[in-house]
Ligand binder design. Structure first.
Ligand SMILES: *Cc1c(COP(=O)(O)O)cnc(C)c1O
Ligand code: SF4
Length: 335
């Protein structure tokens, strides 16, 4: 018997998953056994903002269920093309706030870097769906300019790597970036905002744990999970080494109609997060971005959910319900 010898693969598993993500609407709809009647609208919506779903996430979606809460977050639909008053291209005024391409300085003490423009998944409700990533990526262009700025801005003690998704950068690039940040004496904390491990859990590599915990900066990882079913066994087990190494794990969600707009769903999410060692941080109201109006939960219902949730959950599992207001000094609480 001849044994086949597998070639040694240099590309990390997660990068292969990234490259093999669904981007073709037809193949995605077929994989999920959905009605082909939705194809034309899906294709049209995907022309404006492409479909992108890694296989690991697609496998968490219930087959044949067009109203699955995970599916709704990623499937392009006709409603995206309907004009909706008040829903605009740059709802949070990010473009005006950018002092240097890829650097956002809206709040005291914290500076946000768009470390990389791309994402592993295209979330249909994303406020950055019209964001000019190409021009705004700090890492690719003028990274040095961003670093010089941070060096001079002595009041900044926390750097937030965001995107896009900063974990689309390889561990080598990230290590380079983090070690440059470490040399800036007034920095104390390094925060990474990411959805990548949720859609490709193998992104949680031992190198990532090392680069987050091996240095001087206190690491905070803020995940983006909207529904308890997004917390796969692979994600939970992948987070254990980070947790054990002392990384603070937080989660932010977006309140989305048809995804998580019920007390039962939101409390199940908080409890599942805690099981995975993650604390709920923010529950954002939807940013009113063009193409996402069908996800909006009215303010009255949002307040009601908040009250009901408070009665169900221990205080430490209550996410802070907030909204983004252009020009405000912080995320604004919803009372
Ligand atoms: C949301 C955000 C932050 C972080 O705000 P926190 O309330 O500290 O989580 C920082 N900078 C920008 C530009 C932001 O949008
Ligand atoms: S920035 Fe976050 S919410 Fe937006 S598409 Fe990327 S992963 Fe999704």
């Amino acid at each position: 018997m001849i044994h086949r010898i597998e070639p040694v693969c240099q590309t990390p598993l997660w990068q292969q998953s990234l490259a093999n993500a669904f981007s073709d609407v037809d193949a995605f709809i077929e994989f999920l056994h959905l009605d082909k009647a939705i194809l034309p609208a899906a294709r049209t919506a995907a022309e404006l903002f492409g479909l992108r779903v890694p296989r690991e996430f697609a496998e968490l979606i219930r087959k044949g269920d067009p109203s699955d809460p995970l599916l709704r977050q990623v499937l392009p639909i006709g409603a995206e093309n309907l004009p909706a008053p008040g829903f605009v291209r740059d709802p949070v005024g990010d473009l005006d706030q950018s002092i240097i391409p890829g650097v956002l300085s809206k709040y005291q003490g914290r500076l946000l870097l768009i470390a990389n423009g791309s994402c592993a998944v295209n979330c249909r409700y994303c406020f950055r769906r019209h964001y000019p990533y190409q021009e705004a990526t700090a890492y690719r262009q003028r990274w040095q300019e961003a670093l010089d700025h941070i060096h001079q801005a002595e009041k900044i003690d926390e750097i937030i790597l965001s995107g896009g998704d900063p974990l689309t950068l390889g561990d080598g690039k990230l290590t380079e970036l983090v070690s440059q940040l470490e040399t800036i004496p007034h920095l104390k904390r390094l925060r990474i905002h990411t959805r990548l491990p949720v859609v490709i859990p193998s992104r949680l590599t031992p190198e990532l744990t090392r680069l987050l915990t091996g240095g001087r900066l206190q690491p905070v990882l803020v995940l983006h999970i909207n529904h308890a079913r997004e917390i796969s066994p692979e994600l939970s087990s992948g987070l254990i080494p980070l947790k054990q190494a002392g990384v603070t794990l937080l989660n932010q969600s977006v309140l989305l109609k048809g995804v998580n707009d019920s007390t039962a769903t939101l409390s199940a999410l908080s409890l599942a997060l805690f099981d995975a060692g993650i604390l709920p941080y923010y529950l954002h109201l939807l940013d009113r971005v063009a193409g996402a109006a069908h996800f909006e939960v009215g303010i009255g219902h949002a307040r009601q959910l908040q009250e009901e949730l408070r009665a169900y959950l221990p205080g430490y599992l209550m996410p802070r319900m907030v909204r983004e207001e252009a020009g405000a000094p912080a995320k604004q609480p919803v009372f």
